[in-house]
Design a binder for this molecule. Structure first.
Ligand SMILES: *Cc1c(COP(=O)(O)O)cnc(C)c1O
Length: 369
């Protein structure tokens, strides 16, 4: 049996016919940028997320950059970020001239350790980015309370958690301004690159619209040095067709995750995803940890099962961030995760027998160890 790490074929298949006719329409109109299908998707995604406004963006990195600029973050400011996240969270901070200030993660949730945030706040700190890693929401109440005490902006990086809930509300609706990515393999994925910002404050919304489009609202009049960071209509139409299926696909992810959890609890030295009560994760990834990660990955590969490592190098120790001067031992939990995490195949459309085969192979590995 061959099991790819991810396959988008099922999701694409569900909307393919409908998209073909939308595409035909759009091609006939030759209406490609800033058309009505973008605003329709923006309204639908805002209402799905439970916020007032959504701004469609070119990708998740641009969405984070614009969110930071809307938050008033600029050159020399500090932004608190998790050490353990996809690099884009950090790049957004650096690319606008600000400084990422990392906080170690918790081993149990793999998310930012909220209890370590306060000690990293300085008089240069402007914002905190809360990343709902692997689809599990952060402890938003704690983070929002610290932020309000220190008058900081909270930005959610919701790229891995579309459709996740924290205490009954959607992630992407808690921060002052929030960013997400619709990279193809995310829970809501596009046929290329796209992202979005979700906001409740009208003034932030208007600023994000401006920055997305060359710093301009009125054509050829520029109030600020902005970006070209728009989502195009072909992508908006694709997303709008997928959005009504997101909850079903997330439920499928949860059911696969439950199968894994049930079957793999207590096997070898594995640790499995942990879900605090009141949290409804969107299971973007199913991440286990084991000291025998390299051997397990190799064993599964030989059995035709593809796995990935999210992520092998802690951001503070990346070559790109050498200038920040961090060393081994500075972020112990993040370092431990980078040496032990392994993501198992999980996606809508994976067959039950494929999941069972993965389980069987993992169990067999630990038997033979
Ligand atoms: C994917 C991702 C991003 C970046 O999104 P792109 O659309 O690829 O630019 C940002 N943050 C996190 C946590 C991600 O997983």
């Amino acid at each position: 049996m061959k099991i790819p790490f991810v396959s988008l074929a099922h999701q694409t298949g569900v909307i393919k016919m409908a998209y073909q006719s939308r595409l035909e329409e759009l091609l006939n109109k030759s209406d490609f940028v800033m058309g009505p299908c973008l605003s329709t998707f923006e309204q639908n995604y805002a209402s799905y997320t439970g916020v007032q406004y959504c701004v469609g963006m070119s990708n998740g990195l641009d969405a984070l950059k614009v969110a930071l600029r809307v938050a008033g973050v600029g050159v020399g400011d500090e932004v608190i970020v998790p050490a353990h996240t996809f690099i884009a969270t950090w790049l957004a901070v650096s690319e606008i001239g600000a400084i990422p200030v990392p906080v170690d993660c918790q081993l149990k949730t793999r998310n930012i350790d909220e209890t370590l945030i306060e000690q990293k706040i300085s008089n240069k700190t402007k914002a905190i980015i809360a990343v709902h890693l692997y689809g599990l929401p952060c402890h938003m109440k704690y983070i929002l309370d610290i932020a309000s005490e220190h008058q900081l902006i909270v930005i959610e990086d919701n790229a891995q958690a579309q459709g996740a809930k924290y205490k009954g509300s959607m992630t992407g609706s808690f921060g002052h301004i929030n960013a997400t990515s619709f990279y193809p393999s995310k829970n809501l994925g596009v046929a290329g690159d796209a992202g979005a910002i979700t906001i409740n404050v009208e003034q932030y919304y208007n600023h994000a619209l401006l920055l997305r489009n060359y710093g301009s609202i009125r054509k050829y009049y520029h109030e600020e040095v902005g970006y070209n960071a728009r989502m195009d209509n072909l992508q908006a139409a694709f997303l709008d067709l997928k959005l009504p299926h997101l909850d079903t696909w997330n439920a499928e992810r949860t059911s696969i995750a439950n199968t894994y959890v049930k079957a793999l609890s207590g096997i070898g030295d594995l640790t499995l995803p942990f879900t605090p009560s009141g949290y409804e994760p969107a299971f973007h990834l199913f991440v286990v940890t084991t000291k025998f990660r390299t051997k397990l990955q190799q064993y599964l590969r030989q059995g035709g099962i593809e796995t990935l490592i999210h992520y092998p190098v802690p951001n503070p120790l990346q070559e790109a961030y050498r200038n920040l001067g961090y060393a081994n031992g500075d972020f112990k939990n993040t370092e431990q995760l980078s040496e032990t995490v392994l993501s198992l195949p999980l996606y809508p459309g994976i067959a039950q027998e494929q999941v069972e085969y993965v389980v069987q192979e993992v169990i067999q590995f630990f038997k033979e160890l």
